[in-house]
Design a protein around this ligand. Structure first.
Ligand code: DGL
Length: 263
């Protein structure tokens, strides 16, 4: 193996994928990490399958051309749903890790057998989600409360999560889960962990919120190790955005300053 850090590209439509980056950094060391927040095209969840696929291909080509990445993490449920199959076909030698809603751990953990799933409209209507649910349906009889959340990604990106408009939307989406004894909610969009506190408050009771960050980190580590990765040493990170992002919002959301380079 080359005596240098493996290079990992990570992307999302915006800041949501940074929740995955946080999880990666808990587990993975000694890599060169490049992140693209594709804010120019956000939100992905309300775009067509073909559009999301094209954004994903363009970003992957950019990572390969400019950074010769060894691995790609699609830190976005919506882009995974629309693009992962094509990406696997087009880049057979690239290590590829996608993001899927954490339905399996939710089915394992629920005590009331009522599970909420919050995701973008594109994720919930995609074949990939439907297949995942069908495959897991034999595990245990569980009632899924699936809720698409159009508009939530923008509220998160604009730091208007606690605005009256957003709280009203959340109340409409969350109240059926509260009333129906949901005890576990799958955060099926990588932006939604940034809304965890608000969702918990709105449930007004103990609730388990599940995202996919840890599972992605473990999977990536395993695949990197197969390529001879040594998990010791510093992780170096560079962040790009395709549009405008307010630094104050970034700091408020992720709790630290991040230097974002506009592409
Ligand atoms: N964070 C993304 C996801 O996991 C995309 C959200 C969006 O841009 O709609 O689905």
């Amino acid at each position: 193996m080359r005596n240098e850090k493996l290079k990992v590209g990570v992307f999302d439509s915006g800041l949501g994928g940074l929740t995955v980056v946080q999880a990666l950094k808990q587990v993975i060391k000694n890599i060169e990490l490049f992140y693209i927040a594709d804010t120019k095209h956000a939100p992905y969840g309300e775009k067509t399958h073909a559009e999301i696929l094209q954004y994903s291909l363009d970003i992957t080509d950019y990572f390969i051309k400019h950074h010769e990445i060894d691995a790609l993490v699609v830190a976005c449920n919506t882009a995974t749903s629309a693009a992962i199959t094509t990406l696997r076909e087009k880049y057979p030698t690239l290590i590829l890790v996608g993001t899927e809603p954490a339905i399996k751990p939710a089915i394992e953990q629920t005590k009331t057998s009522n599970v909420g799933v919050l995701a973008t409209p594109a994720t919930l209507s995609g074949d990939k989600y439907q297949t995942l649910v069908e495959t897991l349906s034999s595990m245990k009889q569980v009632k899924l409360f699936e809720q698409a959340c159009p508009g939530l990604v923008e509220h998160i990106e604009n730091a208007t999560l606690e605005s009256r408009e957003c709280m009203a939307l959340l109340e409409t989406w969350i109240s059926p889960m509260r009333d129906e004894d949901v005890d576990t909610i799958v955060l099926g969009c990588t932006h939604y962990p940034l809304a965890s506190e608000v969702i918990k408050k709105m449930m007004q009771k103990e609730v388990i919120l599940l995202d996919s960050g840890k599972a992605i980190a473990q999977r990536l580590l395993m695949l990197l190790r197969e390529k001879g990765h040594k998990n010791e040493g510093l992780l170096h990170e560079t962040f790009y955005t395709t549009g405008v992002i307010d630094q104050k919002v970034v700091k408020r959301l992720v709790g630290r300053d991040i230097k974002l380079i506009t592409l």
